[in-house]
Design a protein around this ligand. Sequence first.
Ligand code: HAM
Length: 416
Amino acid sequence: MENRAPRGTRDVLPIDSGKWQYIEGKIHKVCRQFGYFEIRTPVFEHTELFKRGIGDDTDIVQKEMYTFDDKGGRSITLRPEGTAGAVRAYLEHNLHANTSPSRLYYICSCYRYEKPQAGRLREFHQFGAEMFGAGGATADVEAISMAVELLVSAGLSKLNVGINSVGCGECKSAYNNSLKEYFKGKEVCELCQNRLERNPMRVLDCKNPHCAEIAENAPKMIDILCGECAEHFKSVQDGLAALGIDFVIDSHIVRGLDYYTRTVFEITAGDIGAQNVVCGGGRYDRLVEQFGGKPTPAVGFAMGLERLLLCLEKCDIEVPGSDSPDVYIGWIGEEGRRCALKLAADLRGQAISVDLEVMERSPRAQMKYADKIGAGHSAIIGGDEVESGEFVLRDMRTGEERKYRINDVSTKGVEI
Ligand code: HAM
């Protein structure tokens, strides 16, 4: 039997789960500040949803989806991203009938069959935020500023925010034609030859150094945007400037998913190697309609939580880990055991975390254990404590000891 986790997946062990909880806490807080509400959607959806949403010609749909037939013969796919499911749920539950805009966020696991490396996994986690119903540039600025706010509140300071516009349908087809013209006769890789036929903008994203060199002088989308798209893009820049968010216009940001219109953006932070985009997003004004809804503009982003934690680690930013218990309680003898059980319950009732002896160790081994787990305080309940009705709480760091009445703990608690 294979007894290792599948390639590209990772266990989050107790020593690290505190870091995840810390980041998740920040996410919930920032989302509340920006008026977003959490949505939880299934880990799998009908395959068609992702094919239609993300686009048949994208790497994700072509090569990376975990797709299988269920026992009922339906084609099912583990979600490779959160946007398509959020749009499906938005429509299915008529969330558009509520006030506009609808602001939704999610923290979810995603699945992509990619070659694993630092910051690139087959099972990874995204925090994503989607806003439906607002077509103006202010919504784009809000989305970008919320992503920045989260990264800053997590502790990152050197962020690179890159923005671009991929225009509307009309801009896109004009741009695709000019790209085809530009790349005609140039020696791009085989994959890009294919991309030029089906989706020329993808060539700008190619990681092959030779293609990247040729793409360097390719025409830029922002130079041929239609009047309205150009105005929208300018307004996004004005808004970011008003907030003091530094950004660069990067014409190579085209994103790996087909649903984008107008603004697209990516944020990198620190040097985590090739997979350094921690957050990506943009506007997708046609997706709701494509899924059968009324025309509804939308904008959002997602960030990889493994990448975010990696950035924090590479930038030497301390993230609080898992907490040790406030108090360890050991006991001696049957009377001591009963009393210790009750004392632990009373302390927990006072919101104090307690590790109660369950291994029936010797008193010496109990103290050693309390030390090893890093308990803040410790107490041992034996015959003397039961008889006197008092116990000593020892501060494991300073050695200071305080006496308490056992019966008072449920109402008065203890000082820790
Ligand atoms: P994405 O750029 O495909 O966009 O993914 C967003 C983020 O997820 C990436 O920037 C990266 O941090 C993380 N990520 C992606 N693939 C992996 C992987 N294999 N391993 C680890 N982390 C990864 C989307 O998914 C869009 N749905 C974002 C969006 C939301 N656009 C509008 N709304």
